[in-house]
Design a protein around this ligand. Structure first.
Ligand code: ADP
Ligand code: ZN
Ligand code: ZN
Length: 688
């Protein structure tokens, strides 16, 4: 017999299985087994992807040396890995690896004498024998009654779960409307019907708070998967899921790849969140993979959010997305009947005209004083993704840039250094401008430290907790800071977007946004949508409990639809405008994009290869998919990073035509690109 083996080496050139024979009738390798084979002059690990019982091996076919581990994945996982590989133009082996718990795979180690030794994997924990227990649901944990919205949503979801047809629902529920309770009760129904369930949450929301709510309802039937598990813990959770001991899985995006079987329900909470897109290869989006998983398993997919993505809303509006039928369910009211907090927009250009040079408008200063005097709590958000303070010469306009990247250096007051956010190089702060010699160098832009300092000047003695990249670098720093803020009577939490997500602070009565528009200036077609989502999410943190809350947003662009949408808690005008623009420009959800990033230390080489690739793509497009546009190559917005010169090619197609295979074909036709890194990003979210 002949088996197809995918060699465990990630290289585009090797990315097809090789045939090996198995001479015996006994112990034959099966799909999902890890085997040892000879590959060229050396041994290699590989995974069996097909078995052909009747095929005759010819005399050139090598034999499988040894079967090392059985049953690492099943045919369903392989099929989904193939979809990811094709759609995202990523090597199949790296897609298959997503599904493998690293602690369960053997390794090959080169010895001093040049030979190789197989290192056996650790044994996963022993399984508790016997049949899986029936559903254990702690009914006492349920609220006494559901809201009308929850009732209606669950009625529709129950019918869908009973029908066992794959389909999607957008659950659009304002912050505090009880979406999680809807998930929990849908999971109960799914469990009772003998099905398993998967809930995805953004990594940052995977807090003890979230996990606690699932454990309270489903006790130890819950498996939790996140990036801080050790390989062994992850393997143990995989084993509990595979055996049926843990039919309720909660995790970050990679939980999609656990050994699921009989999935009845997949929930993606905060479905608009950009962390669902993986930003290294394979660059998959969890929503797209979840749709494929639901399709294959006949599961219901719930996409929950207070600020759903335009993609999901469009699918629901049309009655179906590209993969699944889709409907929208709404929870229009907060559980306790509390109103959404009123939002005040402050036009900062007026403040400047009035002579107020402070970071805080008069209105925000008043708000902070009131909260302080009442002994309550406030959140202050700095919206500045990727942009922070920099140094500017007031006489000649010089801004220091990193020597190996083309980005401006950001200023860090803690150790008085200039740092590059691309390559992390740091430099001492100049005393005088290197261009004109002027001593008038000004720190420009706003950092969390400046907000903290200004707050301390405004209200001396008030407790300020600051949360940003500098203060949260330790493993648990994040949770500790939140705990400090949570436990104190009164105080302010200052931070970047990380404070906007996932945490419930019932006693916050004021949310202030210091700089609302910075993300609007990012060259990204999703900038208005994402700015709205962030501001609406952070607004929802105010007044969640008995005390009423208020929101104050400072902006230089008060008329922007994204800002007006937050002020009205109504994105419909913004989304109408965005739909129109994106339809016109062929952006998602009305078209597909693929961004190919090429980089090299050698500028000429990368420029030349980019040209060749663009030509190969244009040739392919001309012959078989004329509806695809090939734009570029052009230098990236960030032209140089980490000493690498960067170019990109953008593909655009105006219908559901997969771009991944097109790119794979073009790359294969060119052969290996020496000294050039190639990153293919299908359905990209960042294009800097
Ligand atoms: P969301 O996820 O929509 O922001 P949550 O699910 O966190 O909202 O619910 C907000 C709060 O309301 C939680 O403390 C939750 O326990 C509570 N809650 C949810 N549903 C009900 C209900 N039917 N009756 C009473 N309290 C509820
Ligand atoms: Zn100067
Ligand atoms: Zn740099």
């Amino acid at each position: 017999m002949v088996v197809e083996v995918l060699i465990d080496i990630a290289a585009r050139a090797l990315d097809a299985p090789f045939s090996y024979s198995w001479p015996d009738t006994e112990g034959a390798p099966q799909v999902g087994d890890c085997v040892l084979v000879g590959f060229g002059a050396r041994p290699a690990l590989g995974y069996v992807t097909a078995v052909n019982e009747d095929a005759e091996a010819d005399e050139n076919t090598k034999t499988v040396t040894e079967v090392l581990t059985r049953g690492l994945f099943d045919a369903a996982a392989l099929d989904l890995a193939r979809w990811i590989s094709s759609w995202y133009a990523a090597p199949l082996i790296s897609c298959l690896r997503l599904f493998l718990a690293s602690a369960t795979i053997p390794r090959l180690k080169k010895q001093a004498d040049g030979s190789y030794e197989v290192i056996a994997p650790v044994k996963a924990r022993k399984q508790s024998p016997g049949a899986a227990p029936g559903p254990l649901i702690n009914e006492a944990d349920r609220p006494a009654r559901l809201s009308d919205g929850q009732d209606r949503a669950l009625e529709v979801l129950s019918a869908a779960l009973r029908s066992a047809q794959p389909q999607a629902f957008v659950l659009a529920g304002v912050t505090g409307s009880g979406k999680t309770e809807v998930y929990l009760q849908a999971i109960e129904q799914s469990l009772t019907a003998g099905k398993t369930c998967l809930t995805l949450v953004p990594e940052i929301s995977l807090t003890p708070q979230t996990v606690g709510r699932y454990r309270a309802r489903f006790s130890d039937q819950v498996a939790v998967l996140h990036s801080r598990l050790t390989p062994r813990q992850r393997a143990n959770e995989f084993a509990r899921i595979r055996s049926g001991e843990a039919p309720v899985v909660v995790g970050a995006r990679s939980a999609l790849f656990a050994p699921h079987h009989d999935l009845g329900l997949i929930v993606i909470d905060e479905e608009h969140d950009s962390s669902y897109k993986q930003n290294n290869s394979p660059r998959y989006h969890a929503r797209a993979v979840a749709e494929q998983l639901a399709l294959r398993q006949g599961a219901v997919l719930i996409l929950g959010s207070a600020t759903p993505s335009l993609e999901s809303l469009e699918a629901a509006r049309e009655g179906r997305g590209e993969v699944l039928p889709c409907r929208k369910l709404t929870l229009p009211e907060r559980i306790n009947g509390a109103a959404l907090p009123p939002v005040t927009i402050v036009d900062m250009t007026r403040e400047f005209e009035r002579g107020n040079r402070s970071l805080f408008s008069v209105r925000l200063q008043q708000g902070l004083h009131e909260v302080y005097e009442r002994g309550e709590k406030a959140l202050l958000l700095l919206n500045r993704r990727g942009f922070s303070s920099f140094l500017l010469c007031r006489e000649c306009g010089f801004v220091p840039h990193c020597e190996s990247c083309s980005t401006s250096l950001s200023f860090h007051a803690t150790n008085n250094t200039l740092r590059c956010h691309q390559c992390d190089a740091s430099f001492v702060v100049y005393e005088r401008c290197p261009q004109c010699g002027s001593p008038y160098l000004r720190k420009f832009g706003v950092g969390t430290q400046q907000v903290e300092e200004e707050l301390k000047r405004l209200i001396p003695g008030w407790s300020v907790v600051r949360m940003d990249r500098d203060t949260t670098s330790g493993a648990h720093a994040h949770e500790e800071l939140l705990k400090i803020f949570q436990e104190q009577e009164s105080g302010v939490l200052v931070g970047t977007q990380m404070i906007a997500k996932g945490h419930d602070f019932p006693d916050v009565t004021l949310v202030g946004v210091v700089t609302a528009d910075i993300t609007l200036n990012i060259p990204d077609f999703r900038a208005p949508e994402r700015t709205y989502q962030l501001l609406e999410q952070v607004s929802g943190r105010a007044g969640r409990d008995r005390l009423p809350g208020q929101v104050i947003i400072q902006t230089y662009l008060p008329q922007e639809p994204a800002i007006e949408a937050v002020a009205a808690h109504d994105p419909s005008a913004l989304y109408e405008e965005e739909r129109r623009l994106r339809r016109e420009l062929g952006y998602p959800p009305f078209g597909h994009l693929c961004n190919i990033l090429l980089s090299s230390e050698d500028q000429e080489r990368v420029a030349r290869f980019s040209q060749e690739l663009a030509r190969a793509l244009r040739d392919d497009v001309a012959s078989c998919s004329p509806e695809v546009q090939v734009l570029g190559p052009s230098p990236c917005i960030i032209e140089r990073a980490k000493r690498l010169w960067r170019f990109h090619i953008l593909l655009k197609s105006d219908r559901a035509l997969p771009l991944g295979p097109l790119v794979s074909t073009a790359l294969k036709s060119l052969g290996p690109a020496r000294g050039v890194n190639i990153a293919v990003d299908v359905d990209p979210y960042e294009m800097m």
